[in-house]
Design a protein around this ligand. Structure first.
Ligand code: FES
Length: 69
């Protein structure tokens, strides 16, 4: 679970679907919300164990977006 990657974007955030943080960030930047990202990648559609991490990650991206405007 504590995998270290040279590039954090390569870190798998949802192990059921294999979705990485980088993939999720890319889709978020395309305007997708959590539901759309889940449907597109399959993230959150397995065990649900990544839900808190995904929600926190997307919230953080949204806050970064707001502060850069
Ligand atoms: S780890 Fe994401 S649904 Fe299981």
């Amino acid at each position: 679970m504590n995998e270290k990657h040279a590039n954090p974007a390569d870190e798998v955030i949802c192990h059921c679907s294999g979705t990485t943080r980088g993939e999720m960030q890319h889709l978020f930047e395309q305007g997708m919300d959590m539901g759309a990202i889940s449907r597109w990648t399959g993230a959150l559609s397995g065990c649900g164990g990544c839900e808190w991490d995904v929600a926190a990650f997307l919230k953080n991206l949204a806050e970064q977006r707001k502060s850069s405007v």
